[in-house]
Design a protein around this ligand. Structure first.
Ligand SMILES: O=c1[nH]cnc2cc3nc(NCCN4CCOCC4)[nH]c3cc12
Length: 373
């Protein structure tokens, strides 16, 4: 059974080209993880997600613990068999979605109690239970339970949540012992927009024998420059030999900027959610296919894209599907957006390998700025 490992193959400034090895396959980094919230990347067959370049997907513990239930997924053979995705899966801890989706939440030193947004039933998450759930799902990479505050927030609240998250990091790490060889657990750096608290959190986690570290508590309402400043603040304190995962990020621009600052892994609902809302991400920026200007445009989204979904159909057809509210609109545009995000990641990886990430970044931004064809 292969263990979990990470190798840095090249660097370009603080950016890294790397590869994570897991028993279920390799992950090329910088990597984008499509979000598969309820055991599906919405509107996509798993083989399509793979064919468009994804090495790993994300599953949400909050949703899966409520429905169909972690023990049921385990009885059914685990998440990989359940959804027929044989490649790596990262699951989050559930804490973030408890705070954003559940009702009547009560957070205390030991964990969080909440009511399901589905049927109001009461549930409790502790660091130990979250890791147990992620183990029952069979996740290859598991996340500690943490407390993520929205920004702006008072410094004393940020400090309290950061310190609670460190205590929960210790408990999550201990609870993870005994899981099958090859699985990994990541800690999560908190500290809000406070540089000193960010450094304290990163230093403490660096000493806790995690397989990787996530930078959390960002993309929670702060301006991009604050997010990027916090990444620059913590980067020197993150172990260079372990993957860095920026949670919930982001737009193509966020990803370009954060990868340039040393982030190796990303996840965001943006490409899949936007695909269901008539928006295509392309080399020319975002295109809203609901717009009447596309009604008789026979050109594909991008004739030069390496990915078929961007070459195959006319904008006129996509516009029609959107206006007609056909299911195929969301299916095609989700595939378009997953394809574009993976093309962007492949471009970033190639640019780092060639030591030309800054030039690549400028070229890509110029393409977005030039706008649509
Ligand atoms: O500290 C965190 N801990 C555990 N999970 C997280 C998930 C997170 N997700 C975001 N941002 C998501 C932003 N999305 C952008 C697209 O629209 C939906 C929200 N920030 C996040 C921070 C954390």
């Amino acid at each position: 059974m292969t263990a979990f490992s990470f190798r840095v193959r090249a660097t370009d400034g603080t950016a890294r080209l790397g590869e994570i090895s897991t028993p279920r396959g390799h992950i090329r980094t910088p990597a984008f993880m499509p979000v598969g919230t309820q055991a599906t990347v919405k509107a996509m067959y798993p083989e399509q997600v793979r064919a468009l370049g994804a090495d790993i997907i994300l599953g949400n513990t909050y949703h899966l613990m409520l429905r169909p239930g972690a023990e049921r997924v385990a009885r059914l053979g685990g998440l990989h068999a359940f959804m027929d995705w044989p490649h790596p899966i990262l699951t989050d801890s559930g804490g973030f979605q408890v705070m954003s989706l559940a009702s009547l939440r009560k957070l205390d030193e030991d964990g969080v109690t909440f009511r399901s947004h589905l049927d109001g039933s009461e549930h409790r998450l502790t660091p130990e239970r979250s890791i147990e759930i992620q183990g029952l799902l069979g996740a290859d990479i598991q996340m500690q339970l943490d407390e993520c505050l929205k920004l702006p927030a008072a410094r004393e609240d940020i400090a309290r949540a950061m310190e609670l998250s460190l205590r929960w990091a210790e408990r999550s790490r201990r609870a993870f012992e005994g899981q099958p060889e090859g699985r990994a657990i990541f800690g999560i750096v908190q500290g809000g927009d406070q540089p000193d608290l960010r450094i304290d959190s990163a230093k403490a986690l660096a000493g806790m024998d995690f397989h990787g570290l996530a930078v959390g508590g960002l993309a929670v309402g702060e301006p991009q420059e604050v997010m990027l400043a916090m990444i620059e603040t913590v980067e020197p304190h993150l172990p260079a030999t372990k993957p860095r995962y920026l949670m919930g990020v982001g737009t193509p621009d966020d990803i370009l900027e954060a990868a340039s600052r040393g982030i190796d892994m990303f996840d965001c609902v943006m490409p899949t959610r936007a695909g269901r809302h008539a928006t295509a991400f392309t080399r020319f920026g975002k295109i809203n296919l609901r717009n009447a200007r596309h009604a008789e445009d026979t050109r594909p989204l991008d004739p030069d894209s390496p990915s078929e979904p961007l070459r195959r159909w006319s904008r006129a057809y996509l516009h029609h599907l959107v206006r007609a509210e056909e299911m195929l609109a969301g299916m095609i545009l989700t595939a378009v957006n997953i394809a574009y995000y993976q093309e962007l990641m492949a471009g970033i990886r190639a640019a780092i390998a060639e030591g030309r990430l800054a030039a690549f970044r400028d070229e890509v931004k110029a393409g977005w700025a030039a706008g649509d064809l």
